[in-house]
Design a protein around this ligand. Sequence first.
Ligand code: I6G
Length: 674
Amino acid sequence: MVADEITQETNKLREEIETHNYRYYVLDDPQVPDAEYDRLMNRLKEIEGAHPELIVPSSPTQRVGAKPVDDFETVKHEIPMLSLDNAFGEQDMVDFEKRIKDRLKSDAELEFCCEPKLDGLAISLMYENGELVRGATRGDGAVGEDITLNARTISNVPLKLRASGWPQLVEVRGEVYMPKAGFEKLNKQQAEKGEKLFVNPRNAAAGALRQKDPSLTAKRPLQFCCYSLGLVQNGEMPDTQIEILNTFKSWGLKTNPDTQVVKGVDGCLDYYSQMEQKRNQLDYEIDGLVFKINSLALQQELGFVSRAPRWAIAHKFPAQEEMTILEKVEFQVGRTGAITPVARLKPVFVGGVTVSNATLHNSDEIARLGVMEGDTVVIRRAGDVIPQIVKVIEEKRPDDASEIKFPDACPVCDSAVERVEGEAVVRCTAGLFCEAQRKEGIKHFVSRKAMDIEGLGEKLIDVLVDQKLITKLSDLYKLEKDQLANLERMAEKSAQNVLDALEKSKQTTLPKFLYALGIREVGEATARNIANHFGSLTDIANATEEQLLQVDDVGPVASRHLVNFFSERHNRDEINELNALGIQWPTIEVKQDSELPLKDQTWVVTGKLETMGRDDAKARLQALGAKVAGSVSKKTTYLVAGPGAGSKLTKATELGIEVMDEQVFLDRLAQYEP
Ligand code: I6G
């Protein structure tokens, strides 16, 4: 190839890669599969390898590669990076609006630009003639640290701005953060390597950004989202906050898709309610919302007080981390015999609720935290997740703190416990002879997604097992009305309701029955896939590990548990007994992939679903032959949108794609599912 052609191909590759980055990170609408992106990147690396003279700092290959630094240089912020005042409730917001109106001596309606407040670290990015020339931390607001090399490794930070019209020098400010999924993956890797876990995504992001070796920062899943303008030289910018954000977006910088302009404090409070609902579905953590006067002219008129603007406020959500005392640790035995330590805490208000228990997972977690009974601990409750202990405040340890000893026998049945090589879990070895496992197994069997036996609540099951009225699943169907009616807090009517529910549950489906058996690693979606693949319980029970591995979603561990379960004589006898008592289901007609009803369709699921998790929805669609994609495009056939749906819903509406709510989705599934 002649030199000119090589230069042309290099430029074309860079442009294509940047466009894909923009579509992926800014528009949330990838155009090509990852493999194609990798192909372009590899080709560019190949050319640059052969022609190093063509390498420029803004090439997408040049994000990583710089050598570690000894120390970060300091950077003086020409315009200080201020902090925001906080509002902790409605009254604070009302007062905020009033202060503004008083200061402006006007009662005219105000327009606010509202954005989520990401829980990360503020940084500044300086672009000169459209090229990234400097990245800096906020530091104390006046002086920060030069983290240019690390900022360059963040995949959605443009090394070169898109479009045109940028001022000769423009400073973009925003937040570096670690998305929840990336944080969880990182902590899993840390645990596998036996290294220290990060307390929360913010700490993980802070650690990553301050690495002296940029190649380490590059390995961390950091993202950047911009929210304000700093220094501008030789150029014009729009005169409202929202237009500035839109301009940033057109330059290829990520802005928050949930940004809105609202009127007055009532609009701000509505936005707060909306985002409060949506908060747990976001794939990043936010600790509140930021409200800014939209007009820059009014912002200027309002000015600053000490170190915060008068025209902006952060309306904080209730704290997700709090300190409390771990009073004692108790051990619970689950359905599979796993013994879980549960921390009993001095009640503490965190993340909007009072928390008095937290999981400690297993003995490794206790060792990792170095926690003792009596310790002061930091509790974290993020979203609907079970509260966790993230840290021990060792300085506050009392003299009488006591070591947490893992039991060497089952706390319920006193049988031996075992710890399987390579697993962190300690299990009771007694199986269904252990009362706790029996109770949990029965509770699982009757649960809504399994046999769905209404009226047989957890307390009633505890009593039935304690009084030896049931020892195995089939005993449920042999219960008599008198036995039930004579129990405490039961009467004729409630006893009859339980019997009716038991009778009704006898007509079930194969996926539900298989799930109800409570085989380890066989969740609802897996059970459904196995049932659809084999069609009958006899075929499932006779399948080998290799045959089970053919099923979507079934790995070696699940297939081993399935084979073990069905090779136990007492399990087969119990199933026969349940069938003899009238439990039945229709056989499923096994379909080839090409016969599946949703083949050739692409679905996207967004927002919160009431009756199932998004993973379940995905598995159910896949079992019917549909492809399930992560983003909406022209190829999308249907979008299922639950409450809190955001940009995907907007996009689907724009593209004229059929959108259905959860009820319509369930009806649609019911048409096809066995
Ligand atoms: O810390 C901040 C988070 C989010 C901000 C901020 C923001 O806007 C969405 N905006 C400003 C102006 C400042 N801090 C100082």
